[in-house]
Write a protein that binds this ligand. Structure first.
Ligand SMILES: *Cc1c(COP(=O)(O)O)cnc(C)c1O
Length: 377
């Protein structure tokens, strides 16, 4: 039996090896390692796929968030609202730039922030919000956007985990996550739904002025070479990574379907186990299952994780500590309310292996072991 991994990148590569290898060889032959033509080509293909006017490639997802915030011209001490239950990058860049990350609680069922949570954290210093589409499902963006309009706030979507997901508005209109707010940020970290073979990231926007600014900031604050009008940084997507991503983008919908099928199978087989809550799908979003995340009730999470590990089955805790409990944030954050749901999730979530290659046979192994845990008494 093949070893079970959280994410099988090798199996995924094997299926597209010829195409990827050829794309890599082309870049090496051309030696256009920085800003080669593949970077523009991929960016324009991604823009068409997402239905957005501008895609600005950059070095990684964390840089994307930082560049997005830098483009908003906030003042020291201005507040940016962010969920307490997310990956550190969503909030880290806020503090790093001298702004105040204000943490809010999340919805138990969807793991995501809602307009109601954001509203509780509003203050006269609030300038922007960062909804995170956690685990592959969109936040409920329509109420979030009307809340933002009401108070003149910028919306930066952290779309690192949900690229390819569709959000449906009340009138039936659909948009890709990352294209609804003022700026969308994503990551091409290898294990993400659209992953490259190293680091990579991108910003997207429909706003022409913001697009110019984002592009400038990512390129040392220059539009004309050696003429620097604002302070920027150096954040580029390598040509090699762009060439690989351009191959993989063609498969993104098929990858989403494969992940979705695997998730449905887990849910069918695990539903009804007392003390275990399978992921809920929200009516306003498709789910691209970046993670398949269970809630393990009654304090049994760590015991279940160990029981799986004893049988060679990996499972991961995303995320074991909510942001309000992280040392780094204590001096810089302001929490508007008790973050009880974030704390509860941190102590009960468990993500099972899921990727584009996992088979029912492999999933059966995981399912059998989980059932065994609950019947051993
Ligand atoms: C992966 C991730 C990021 C950061 O992406 P990097 O490319 O690793 O910098 C940001 N936010 C979320 C929610 C992520 O999952």
């Amino acid at each position: 039996m093949t070893k079970l991994q959280m994410v099988d990148l090798k199996g995924q590569y094997a299926r597209i090896k010829d195409e990827v290898d050829a794309a890599i060889r082309d870049v090496i032959d051309s030696t256009a390692f920085i800003n080669g033509p593949q970077v523009k080509e991929f960016s324009s293909h991604l823009a068409s796929y997402c239905g957005v006017k501008h895609v600005i490639p950059c070095g990684n997802g964390t840089d994307a968030l930082q560049i997005a915030l830098m483009a908003l011209d906030l003042q020291a001490g201005d507040e940016v609202i962010v969920p307490a239950f997310t990956y550190v990058a969503s909030a880290e860049v806020i503090g790093l730039l001298g702004y105040t990350p204000v943490m809010v609680d999340v919805d138990y069922a969807s793991f995501n922030v809602t307009a109601a949570h954001l509203r509780k954290a509003l203050s006269p210093r609030t300038r922007a919000i960062i909804p995170v589409h956690l685990f592959g499902q969109s936040c409920d963006m329509e109420p979030i956007m009307s809340f933002a309009r009401e108070y003149g706030l910028y919306v930066i979507e952290d779309n690192a985990q949900a690229i390819g997901a569709d959000y449906t508005f009340g009138n039936g209109e659909k948009k890709k996550t990352g294209t609804i707010g003022h700026i969308g940020c994503t990551s091409f970290f290898p294990s993400k739904n659209l992953g490259c073979y190293g680091d990579g990231g991108a910003l997207m926007t429909n706003d022409d002025e913001l697009a110019v600014k984002l592009r400038m900031i990512a390129n040392h604050g220059q539009q004309v070479k050696y003429h620097h009008s604002v302070l920027g940084c150096n954040s580029r997507l390598d040509t090699l990574q762009a060439a690989i991503l351009d191959v993989k983008l063609k498969y993104l919908d098929a990858y989403g379907t494969a992940r979705y099928r695997a998730a449905q199978y887990y849910t069918e087989q695990l539903n009804g186990i007392e003390g275990l809550v399978t992921p809920e799908e929200m009516p306003y979003s498709t789910h691209v299952y970046h993670q398949y995340t269970l809630k393990v009730l009654n304090g049994k999470r760590d015991a279940l994780k160990n029981f799986l590990a004893e049988d060679g089955i990996p499972a991961m805790i995303y995320y074991p500590l909510p942001l309000q409990e992280q040392e780094a944030f204590k001096p810089v954050t302001r929490s508007a309310e008790a973050l009880d749901t974030a704390a509860e999730l941190a102590s009960s979530v468990l993500s099972l292996p899921i990727d584009t290659e996992i088979t029912h046979e492999q999933q059966d192994r995981v399912i059998r072991r989980i059932r065994a845990f609950y019947t051993k008494g």
